[in-house]
Design a protein around this ligand. Structure first.
Ligand SMILES: Nc1ncnc2c1ncn2[C@@H]1O[C@H](COP(=O)(O)OP(=O)(O)OP(=O)(O)O)[C@@H](O)[C@H]1O
Length: 238
């Protein structure tokens, strides 16, 4: 793929003697919506942790918009346009919702008032009314929205949403999906890691499947889901 936004080549990761990722290649276009699926323990989070810099990969290379990310800490990658959310939201517990978003706004170093920009991010996720709340006062879906606002504050080229909808009701899943669609329509490429198949198939224009630390499929969702090896993986036949 020429002119890829994200290029991961041969990314491998071991934990002690256990290989969690076996030389995975992945490329992503600017503005693309990619679903990353696979059974529990197949290496999805490990892979995105290697992309975001939360884990140091043992092998391979990663670049964003042509710039090598290898060896850079997560905050340096974030500054280059790579934002992520975590399976378990990680707000600063003693800071208000607004202050939680001001932190990445200040970090991103954009011009203008950090408070105004943080409010704008909260409006984007429909959380402006909760600006003065503490994280502990938020519901599960509000915590997910806050997590997204903190990612949006970095004005990312690429957002990795790691199970941003886990534990939510159907209505709440639809609300988060709508947010992600809006963010994508504004130009942000999104990698969605998700076990909620209804959500990932509604969202993704391309699906990648991991099994046991290997990429076993990559393509149009309908075709990928019809593959025998993908069905086998989900039915535990692999
Ligand atoms: N910090 C770690 N130390 C040791 N082993 C780890 C660590 N993180 C992940 N693993 C192992 O690596 C493998 C891949 O885990 P990973 O969390 O990437 O899978 P996943 O596909 O994201 O799973 P899930 O869908 O359950 O979140 C698993 O066998 C897991 O136990």
């Amino acid at each position: 793929m020429s002119g890829a936004l994200l290029r991961a080549e041969g990314v491998g990761k071991r934990f002690g003697g256990f290989t969690a990722l076996h030389a995975v290649d992945l490329e992503l276009r600017a503005g693309e919506r990619l679903g990353l699926i696979g059974p529990n323990g197949s290496g999805k989070s490990t892979f995105v942790n290697c992309i975001s810099g939360d884990f140091a990969a043992h092998d391979g290379r990663v670049s964003l918009d042509g710039q090598a990310l290898d060896g850079l800490k997560p905050h340096r990658r974030a500054r280059l346009g790579l934002a992520r959310t975590f399976q378990l939201p990680q707000p600063f517990g003693s800071l208000s919702v607004l202050e939680n978003v001001r932190v990445p706004v200040l970090f991103a170093g954009q011009a203008g008032s950090a408070t105004a920009r943080a409010m704008q991010c909260l409006e984007q996720v429909e959380m402006a009314g909760k600006a003065e709340c503490l994280p502990r006062e938020l519901t599960q879906v509000e915590l997910r929205r806050l997590e997204l606002a903190r990612a949006i504050a970095l004005d990312p080229q690429l957002l990795i949403a790691d199970e941003a909808m886990a534990g939510l009701s159907n209505t709440e899943v639809d609300q988060i999906l709508a947010l992600l669609f809006r963010l994508n329509a504004a130009g942000t490429a999104i990698i969605m890691i998700e076990h909620i198949m209804r959500a990932v198939t509604a969202f993704a224009e391309r699906l990648v499947v991991f099994v046991a630390g290997r990429k076993i499929a990559d393509g149009v969702p309908r075709e990928v889901l019809a593959l025998r090896e993908v069905e086998d993986a989900y039915l535990g036949r692999q």
